[in-house]
Design a binder for this molecule. Sequence first.
Ligand code: COA
Length: 206
Amino acid sequence: MLEEEYQKRRRLPRHLRPAPEPERPFAYEIRPAETRDIADIREIYNYYVTNSVVTFDEKKWTHRQWAEKYAHIRKLGLPFLVAVSPSGQVLGYALVSPWSGKSSYRYTAENSIYLGPSATGKGLGRALLTALIEASEEFGLRQMVAVISDKGAEGSIALHEKMGFEEVGRMGRVGYKFGRWLGTVYLQKQLTPVKKKRGLFGRRAD
Ligand SMILES: CC(C)(COP(=O)(O)OP(=O)(O)OC[C@H]1O[C@@H](n2cnc3c(N)ncnc32)[C@H](O)[C@@H]1OP(=O)(O)O)[C@@H](O)C(=O)NCCC(=O)NCCS
């Protein structure tokens, strides 16, 4: 018998092979982001900086930049959520930041949502965005805006539309990355604040 034939026969018959490990369910917990999550958040974001045009950033963010952004959002009291696996790995994050520093925009925020590449397409985006909307409504926000690349972000546009965001405008050729021009799609969702009218910058509507 040739050696390669012998190798083939060493495979056990099906009924004697050990049963494959059952596929683990995709489990996660959604909670407010903490300082210890910053390294994972940065890694997720930088993956898309380097490999995609879903963000118009071209340079990876440093840990310090993320720490400053985290501190700013926390100081304003705005939602910044993470989805974490049972082993503590950050699978994705979602946050809102002020739409503008001008005070009349105090009830309007821009959202941002990124999942690690292996966590996409399993319903986590919907769960995280749902939690972000709820937390934003609790905060007292009235409008959420998503600014999405018009190329390579079909999943994000689909997710936002499914969550009730409506396209309100587009800008063409405002970005240039990886040697091609990119535009932006603006989607907006009206929120229903559940509590008192609290906006950004410590101001109230009435
Ligand atoms: C965009 C992103 C947050 C979506 O999250 P996700 O977990 O992959 O999406 P989900 O599995 O929750 O899908 C939500 C809905 O959108 C739909 N959808 C998702 N991707 C889609 C695609 N590429 N085309 C069409 N529909 C899509 C799903 O069918 C689903 O619909 P349903 O809830 O009615 O079944 C995630 O894919 C991601 O982080 N992508 C890379 C980073 C990115 O693009 N971030 C946004 C920058 S603006």
